[in-house]
Design a protein around this ligand. Structure first.
Ligand code: NDP
Length: 453
């Protein structure tokens, strides 16, 4: 590691203690940028990375709410407004008991580079709460979302900060939050993305992250004159990203063997076909059940409970060609990465944000795996959020075909940006460097143009 990265990381750790995910995200970018700084000392002199690391604004607030039994609950709400050099802050809201400032800072930091890669005018942000929506009634969800928006509304707006969904925040939650925002502001604007189709949402937005991750994998395979046709795939998660990753893999002729949730995973040797996927969609989105129920319906599949204290996650220990981690951060550790290699996996396209630990990433890169890091591979979601903002501004919805065509083109261009920058800075085939550098350059130039603000 260069002296620059060592010094920077010492400062970041001293100034942001107890935020390991944030340190991890910054270190990876800093290592890539060391290549750029050798040739472009002007970025270093202007302390661009140091400025990006420091959020422009962190908003923390109390979210008190009363459930239908009259019990009072108190959660903590956050919005990290990380960087607005190239557009309004943009990034999802996560509702999960693990949410804290460090996790949201890592996500907001990643978002800055990801949004830049899409080539759309969006800055980076992220937010959420330690609220746990799992197993809660619609009434509890609505009351919490309303209470959350009663504070957040004063900090966001269609030209300031435009949140979207993430873990635990889907169409239902966006609807409840949008309703409260509209009431408080008395205006109907594109302040959130992931809205319902009848009230300003974009076609393909729910599908976009998963579809995009598969398009990115297809681009990586295309660079070796291969396609997804006939490829076996391991997918983790069973939420929004995992479901539409599975849908697109099936459409492109691949076979999906696994899906999971935080309690365990299912392995279906016959493959999860369209009918089975619809069962999962109904199970997760309507009945709000657990993935374990899959094996009751399809007894040829097996369910394995997974405990987070295990040395490795057995979902990554099956023979396959491709892996699509689509659940959460650090879900692939070094042992998992080794298992993937051992089982013949040679394509990894990250639907989740930072799902692979740094030693796992290193192994993928050293072994020449086609490895698409989250900030490139899962940028399709925020890209279509950007398209939703454009449609809201125009007050004109586009067709499904139009949005999908644009999504494919954006993923193609992100892939090209990664490949070109990896080549240009002497690390061909390294999509990590390509994505970090490609995302950084546009933001850095905008920050230089706008002065020290
Ligand atoms: P959902 O809430 O729809 O689904 C999350 C899935 O991951 C669930 O199956 C959940 O299981 C599982 N999961 C969550 N936390 C853990 C954990 N700690 N350990 C194991 N499994 C876990 O979220 P999304 O599908 O929207 O998001 C998945 C990932 O994709 C996240 O990393 C998110 O940041 C990223 N992403 C999402 C985008 C989007 O547009 N939605 C855009 C870009 C990235 P359980 O039900 O048991 O909690």
């Amino acid at each position: 590691m260069s002296d620059y990265v060592n010094e920077l990381m010492a400062q970041v750790k001293a100034k942001n203690p107890a935020e390991p995910e944030f340190h991890q995200a910054v270190e990876e970018v800093a290592e890539s940028l060391a290549l750029v700084y050798d040739r472009h000392p002007e970025y270093r002199a202007a302390k661009i990375l140091e400025r990006i690391i420091e959020p422009e604004r962190i908003i923390t607030f109390r979210v008190p709410w009363v459930d239908e039994q009259g019990e009072v609950h108190i959660n903590r709400g956050f919005r990290i407004e990380m960087n607005s050099a190239i557009g309004p802050y943009k990034g999802g809201l996560r509702f999960h008991p693990s949410v804290n400032q460090g996790i949201l800072k890592f996500l907001a930091f990643e978002q800055v580079f990801k949004n830049s890669l899409t080539s759309l005018p969006m800055g980076g942000g992220k937010g959420g709460s330690d609220f746990d929506p799992k197993g809660k009634s619609d009434m509890k969800i609505m009351r919490f979302c309303q209470a959350f928006m009663q504070e957040l509304f004063r900090h966001i707006g269609p030209n300031t900060d435009v949140p979207a969904g993430d873990i635990g925040v889907g169409g239902r939650e966006i609807g409840f939050m949008f309703g409260m925002y509209k009431k408080l502001r008395n205006e109907f604007t594109g302040v959130l993305t992931g809205k319902g189709l009848n009230w300003g949402g974009s076609l393909i937005r729910p599908e976009a992250t998963g579809y995009g991750a598969v398009y990115f994998a297809a681009e990586m395979l295309g660079s070796k004159n291969e396609t997804l046709e006939g490829k076996t795939c391991l997918v983790s998660g069973s939420g929004n990203v995992a479901q539409f990753t599975t849908e697109k893999i099936l459409e492109l002729g691949g076979k999906v063997l696994t899906l999971s949730d935080s309690a365990g995973y299912i392995y279906d040797p016959e493959g999860i076909n369209t009918e089975k996927l619809h069962f999962v969609m109904d199970l997760k989105n309507v009945r709000r059940g657990r993935i374990k129920e899959y094996v009751e319906k399809y007894p040829n599949a097996t369910y394995t409970a997974v405990d987070p204290t295990m040395e490795y996650n057995p979902i990554w220990d099956h023979k396959a060609d491709c892996a699509f981690p689509s659940a959460t951060q650090n879900e692939i550790n070094l042992k998992d990465a080794q298992n993937l290699r051992k089982n013949g996996v040679y394509v990894v396209s990250e639907g989740a944000n930072m799902p692979t630990t740094p030693d796992g990433v290193r192994l993928f890169l050293e072994d020449g795996i086609l490895y698409g890091p989250g900030k490139a591979a899962n940028a399709g979601g925020v890209a279509v959020s950007g398209l939703e903002m454009s449609q809201n501004s125009q007050r004109l919805p586009w067709t499904r075909e139009e949005v999908d065509k644009r999504l494919q083109m954006i993923m193609h261009n992100i892939h090209k940006t990664c490949v070109d920058n990896a080549d240009r800075f002497g690390t061909p085939g390294n999509y990590v460097n390509g994505a970090n550098i490609g995302g950084f350059l546009k933001v850095a130039d905008a920050m230089i143009d706008q002065g020290v603000v």
